[in-house]
Design a protein around this ligand. Structure first.
Ligand code: ZN
Length: 330
């Protein structure tokens, strides 16, 4: 029996749809999806659309699975191997790619946005996008390597150094991973989170108080968090613009004189590079970044509606979806 995929047909509406399984092209692999992660971005692309979304589309940019078939010219990865899928597809030739920032490739194609992603039983991806899982790493832990990769990119751009005071606005899945990655990199992270349920897991603070941070990362999409983070930034501090804002909130919240007199830096962060995926997998496999306690729900993909409600109400932490599980809801 073929399990259905989720296809977003228009903004605000998706369908469960059996999709034909295409054999991989000569430089691609076909991956049987073991687990796919749901994140706030998926809620956003389904309900509101996204700059990079092209419809109709099967979403899902956090994928771990088993290689089912490989294209004629593929070497280095074989059928039966468990792999993590880096969601980006990049050209390798443009200035961004040449500088090691393939996430900013001028021809970037993101799985689940420009190309079909992991909300289905199979996904076809370029062989250059898959990374074999480290020995002994479970698929449901490995799938958190994608959000962790984005956190590593953000901390790299914030030039986080050992001993740095790291302030993170938000303690959802991204905020939690930022804190744990920051700790693994030798910094002193603190999460600022008004929601007690979320704060409790990471032991964060309700407000920043009198704290002053070398690096501040905003992992919540509201401008008041950006304003607050700026007021707690140390001289020469770096504020990482990690979370996007709704278009109506995208107005400058920053005093240029503050940046000038305090020699502070604002830096954007969006997505991740392939090397961040390798680093993230190693950090999870070596238990430098624990993730198992972050998994709050494991649901059949067929219960996507319920899963999206959990994300919208912030009732869960990390929600994992299984495209092969039957929906046992009566
Ligand atoms: Zn490129």
């Amino acid at each position: 029996m073929t399990m259905p995929s989720v296809q977003v047909v228009e903004i605000g509406r998706y369908e469960f749809k059996p999709m034909p399984v295409q054999p991989p092209a000569e430089d691609e692999v076909l991956v049987r999806v073991a687990v796919t992660g749901l994140c706030r971005t998926d809620l956003k692309i389904i309900q509101m659309g996204h700059r990079d979304l092209v419809l109709p589309r099967v979403p899902g940019e956090e994928v771990v699975g088993t290689v089912e078939a490989v294209g004629r010219r593929v070497g280095g990865v074989a059928a039966g191997e468990q792999v993590y899928v880096y969601p980006g597809i990049w050209c390798g030739r443009c200035p961004a790619c040449q500088s090691g920032a393939e996430n900013l490739c001028h021809a970037m194609q993101i799985m689940g946005f420009h190309r079909d992603g992991g909300f289905g039983p199979y996904v076809r991806v370029p062989a250059q996008s898959v990374i074999p899982l480290p020995e002994g790493l479970a698929a449901e832990e490995a799938v958190l390597a994608e959000p962790l990769s984005c956190c590593l990119n953000a901390l790299e751009l914030g030039r986080l150094h050992p001993g740095a005071k790291l302030g993170i606005w938000g303690a959802g899945p991204a905020g939690t991973l930022l804190a744990r990655a920051g700790h693994a990199l030798g910094a002193e992270p603190v999460n600022i989170e008004p929601d007690r349920r979320r704060r409790d897991l990471i032991g964060g603070l309700e407000s920043a108080g009198t704290a002053c941070f070398d690096v501040a990362v905003v992992a919540v999409g509201n401008q008041s968090a950006y304003r607050e983070a700026l007021t707690h930034l140390a001289p020469r501090g770096r504020l990482v613009v990690f979370s996007g804002l709704p278009p109506q909130d995208d107005r400058p919240a920053v005093s240029f004189n503050q940046l000038h007199y305090q020699e502070q830096t604002l830096v954007g962060a969006y997505g991740c590079c392939l090397r961040h995926g390798r680093d993230a997998l190693a950090m999870i496999a070596e238990e430098r970044v624990p993730v198992t306690d972050m998994i709050s729900h494991r649901l059949p993909l067929l219960q996507l509606g319920k899963a999206l409600e959990l994300v919208a109400s912030r009732a869960g932490m990390k929600i994992l979806l299984d495209p092969w599980q039957e929906d046992s809801t009566p």
